[in-house]
Design a protein around this ligand. Structure first.
Ligand code: UDP
Ligand code: MG
Length: 307
């Protein structure tokens, strides 16, 4: 019998879970296939886990995984994907920002065999601070320039995937998991569904501006070595310009004599060069710190309880 797994990462979502569960259940029942919900409690500090346990006692379709602490949404997604038993797998937020009503259409697209994945993208960013939208746009265009993968602007993590697609995603062993890049990296054929941005049903976003900024840097580092190439190019440009300046100073001395001057400009040059050096050392440091995390081979998450 055909089984659909739905993975829902939850972090402090006590207000959202029940409403989402009800809406999803009614849609899945209308569809008529077997289904399982896998709620991943990512170290919530509120009543999230109690609600999940209660739901699992009432409904056999509800499974849960409880992490020993907050490991982040990427780890929660991975845990859910590893445990999903279905031939079709959905991942979505628990705050109803991802409209469950799209699932039947997404399922049709993938079940027909024409597509391996149904992705969603929001075409508006209504209700979002303008500065955040601006940085998001910059991030998407940087990603497209810096990497070979195409990250669709506004793509959400809300997807329905076939089993082979999920197995491909799971075959990537890296610790620095950046799903927005991993999904397009594995390839296959994705059909996109578009919708207007929906504001959170309850609670508030877990992503501060700073967190998002660091997350996007992680993404660039995980999928591109171009920042290191930029560091080398900066070095070469500075070297060439110093050759030009040396030539200029020799000529000036030879033809016009040279009164000693230029203390201020010397200091400026020293500051400029040491700034560039620190900047490029920082880029290298970012890659080294990621290598350090990979070689430690720590588990992606630790599970306290699951059902
Ligand atoms: N989430 C999580 N771990 C975290 C942060 C978020 O599992 O450390 C979950 C959260 O409960 C929600 C989803 O990831 O179901 C998306 O989070 P959020 O709605 O805060 O992000 P946004 O929609 O604002 O991008
Ligand atoms: Mg959300």
């Amino acid at each position: 019998m055909l089984l659909i797994s739905i993975i829902l990462p939850c972090y402090n979502e006590e207000l959202a879970i029940k409403g989402t569960y009800k809406e999803l259940s009614s849609i899945m029942q209308q569809m008529g296939n077997d289904y399982e919900f896998i709620f991943v409690d990512d170290g919530s500090k509120d009543a999230t886990f109690n609600i999940l346990r209660e739901l699992s006692l009432q409904d056999n379709c509800v499974r849960y995984i409880q992490f020993s602490r907050n490991f982040g949404k990427e780890a929660a997604l991975l845990a859910g994907l590893q445990r999903a038993k279905g031939q079709y797998i959905v991942v979505m937020d628990v705050d109803l920002q991802d409209p469950p009503s799209l699932i039947p259409q997404m399922f049709e697209a993938v079940a027909s065999g024409e597509y391996d994945c149904a992705g969603t993208r929001r075409i508006t960013r209504a209700g979002e601070p303008p500065i955040r939208s601006l940085f998001a746009r910059m991030f998407y265009s940087l990603m497209t320039k810096f990497t070979d993968i195409e990250i669709v602007d506004g793509a959400r993590d809300f997807r329905l995937m076939s089993r082979p697609y999920v197995d491909a995603v799971l075959s990537l062993p890296e610790r620095n998991r950046f799903s927005k890049g991993i999904f397009p990296w594995v390839g296959f054929k994705t059909k996109w569904f578009e919708y207007e941005n929906i504001q959170r049903s309850t609670g508030e976003t877990k992503w501060s501006f700073g967190k998002l900024f660091l997350y996007s840097l992680d993404g660039i580092i995980a999928f591109s070595s171009k920042p290191m190439a930029i560091a080398s190019i900066l070095g070469i440009l500075l070297f060439l310009s110093s050759l030009f300046l040396i030539g200029f100073i020799i000529l000036r001395k030879a033809f016009w004599g040279d009164p000693v001057a230029g203390w201020a400009s010397t200091i400026c040059i020293i500051l400029f060069c040491s700034g560039i050096q620190l900047f490029t050392a920082g880029i290298l440091g970012q890659y080294i710190s990621k290598i350090y995390i990979e070689v430690k081979k720590r588990p992606y998450f630790i599970i306290k309880e699951e059902k």
